[in-house]
Design a protein around this ligand. Structure first.
Ligand code: IMO
Ligand code: MG
Length: 427
């Protein structure tokens, strides 16, 4: 009864969608447990590129069950749009299940996030603007609306009577903006509820039954370890727990049932949004990585900040997730450089730091300590077997694994499903 988790080992966008897609072929159930439509998972099948924000990447395999767990925040308008998009491409939604306990991103969450980010000014997080933070805030403040409320008119009406006056007071009296009328929200919800209702269920029961009956379950992480609200670069983080520890509360599956945790990392580093990034390259090398890696956000289209591989943060990810191994993506993107660098530690005012500091002002001053390795030629990663990779690329991977302190299980050498080298058995 293997239950395998895929988590981001960096600042998100590591290529989790591709790795999930690969492993989903052997899974019976694929489940998301955190985040919302701030995630952007790209899956290329043949010549077609699919971009998903909410629905698990396992949806492309017919007959699999795909779960949006209770730890996810669901914008119902985005969900319905994504359902339409997939159906339009001939993808069946029969296997889609949505937790009745997942919290809903309401229209006022999106407005409140915009108002808060404006208020923060230069200190803004650079959020994706999808209302993720305010939705999680309300969940913890016990002012949330859950899917079970959204699909039941009476429940929604009763909940809004409690919640909406509080939200409107903040919007109107704190920010001086225009609040929402209850009817407006009831209308918005009723247009979406009918489409969502048939997929709503108790997904904790479903997942536990699947595991107990020997099925393969895959947990698909969103975001990454450095965006984790506890273990990331706070306050420049998302508002949920994308690390492996978030799976239990985010799905209702006990932690002892998770048999393996795999971290996904790029062969370099990227970050979107604000906050320090020690290995960021603001020169033509960074530009070249961005162009070759197509490093533009799936959700917001923002150019991603790119730089050399930072082993300090991946080592941190290995620790806080208890990783069994890593999947390295974008190895091909680094081809053609005469030499490549890896950051092994930071230098802060003459002092060597082996772990990343919690204080963001200190982190902002950290300079990478680099090790230089010889590069490998353009086009040389287009191989069928790991053994056939150029010796320098293999030496680079070996060094990454050594520095991270965990084995490499998968190497991705291109966007397509088939451009993947699997080194170890996963399911
Ligand atoms: P995937 O699943 C990269 C970043 C945002 C911002 C911060 C907070 O594609 O790896 P939020 O809207 O979540 O409150 O924004 O987190 N961020 C991501 N960066 N990939 C993601 O997801 C991200 N989800 C959030 O850019 O800096
Ligand atoms: Mg992304």
């Amino acid at each position: 009864m293997p239950a395998v988790a895929i988590v981001g080992a960096q600042w998100g966008d590591e290529g989790k969608g591709k790795v999930t897609d690969l492993l989903a072929s052997r899974a019976h159930v694929v489940a998301r447990y955190s985040g919302g439509n701030n995630a952007g998972h790209t899956v290329q099948i043949g010549n077609e590129v699919f971009k998903l924000k909410l629905i698990p990447s396992g949806i492309f395999y017919p007959g699999k069950i795909n779960v949006i767990g209770n730890g996810v925040v669901v914008d119902p308008a985005w969900l319905v749009e994504e359902m339409d998009y997939l159906e339009g491409k001939g993808v069946s939604l029969d296997g889609l299940r949505i937790s009745e306990k997942a919290h809903v991103i309401m229209p006022y969450h999106i407005l409140i996030e915009k108002l808060e980010e404006e208020e923060k000014g230069a200190a803004r997080i650079g959020a994706t603007g999808r209302g993720i933070g305010p939705a999680y805030t309300d969940k913890v403040a016990r002012l949330g609306i859950r899917i079970v409320d959204l699909v039941n008119r009476d429940a929604l009406s009763a909940r809004l009577d409690v919640v909406l006056p509080i939200k409107n007071r903040v919007i109107e009296r704190v920010y001086g903006a225009k609040g929402f009328a209850k009817e407006e929200i009831m209308d918005w919800a009723s247009k979406l509820a009918g489409r969502i209702r048939p997929h709503v269920t108790d997904t904790s029961v479903l997942l536990n039954d699947a595991i107990d009956s020997g099925k393969n379950v895959l947990f698909e992480g969103a975001q990454g370890t450095m965006l984790d609200v506890d273990h990331g670069t706070y306050p420049f983080v998302t508002s949920s727990s994308p690390t492996a520890g978030g799976i239990a509360p985010g799905t209702g599956v006990g932690p002892r049932k998770i048999t393996k945790v795999i971290g996904v990392t790029k062969a370099y580093t990227s970050r979107v949004g604000a906050g320090p990034m020690p290995t960021e390259l603001k020169d033509e090398t960074g530009e070249r990585i961005r162009e070759r890696g197509q490093e533009y956000g799936t959700v917001t289209g923002r150019p991603r900040r790119c730089g050399w591989f930072d082993a300090v943060i991946v080592r941190h990810a290995v620790r806080v997730n208890g990783l069994d191994g890593i999947a390295v993506t974008h190895l091909d993107t680094l081809s053609g450089f005469p030499m490549v660098r890896v950051c092994t530690a930071y230098r802060y005012r003459g002092q060597i730091l082996r772990d990343f500091p919690a204080n963001q002002a200190v982190f902002a001053e950290c300079e990478p300590v680099y090790e230089e390795l010889p590069g490998w030629p353009e086009g040389s990663c287009a191989v069928q077997k790991y053994e056939d990779l150029p010796a320098n690329a293999k030496a680079y991977l070996t060094r990454m694994a050594e520095l991270a302190g965990t084995p490499i299980l998968i190497v991705s050498i291109g966007r397509e499903r088939t451009q993947t080298l699997v080194l170890g058995e996963v399911f």
